[in-house]
Design a protein. Structure first.
Length: 157
């Protein structure tokens, strides 16, 4: 089984861990974090650890983008209870939580967080390092700019 290293041991880190556990391919899941004692090391220590894949679970999109550039084995986490169209494209380093729906020909950019019950309509494009919060909807054919956060219960489009 694979070893997953999650960068960030906060709320997104624990959500990422649960999605990774649901996927069922990781035998070891550990954290790196600068401020949490549960972590096995600091964020800058990544080169000191052996891992098969790493996932960046940091809410700040600028920091998330920076860290993604320093990882050569990036994990993409898609919960088994998410609904992803066969023609959708999910960028590396993204997370799709349970209950999220990504429709036909939709594109999710690298390092994007799609939280539970968010919906991305057909032919929509979500940029790099975005965050789609609970129950938001991206309407069909819309383009969400890089590093955009769409709040809970919001319709973008």
């Amino acid at each position: 089984m694979k070893r997953l290293l999650i960068l960030g041991a906060g709320q997104y880190g624990f959500a990422a861990k649960e999605v990774a556990q649901a996927i069922g391919i990781y035998g070891s899941i550990e954290f790196l974090d600068d401020r949490n004692d549960i972590a096995v090391g600091k964020l800058n220590d990544i080169d000191k650890f052996e891992y098969d894949e790493a996932f960046v679970a940091i809410g700040n999109p600028d920091i998330r983008a920076q860290l993604l550039e320093h990882i050569d084995k990036i994990s993409t986490l898609i919960h088994p209870n998410a609904v992803i169209s066969r023609s959708a494209h999910i960028g590396e380093g993204s997370i799709i939580e349970a209950g999220a729906v990504v429709c036909t020909d939709a594109k999710i950019g690298k390092g994007t967080i799609v939280m539970a019950n968010a919906v991305v309509g057909h032919n929509a494009e979500v940029g790099v390092c975005c965050q789609l919060k609970y129950n938001c909807t991206v309407s069909e054919n819309c383009v969400v700019p890089d590093r955009t956060k769409i709040d809970c219960n919001t319709v973008f489009g």
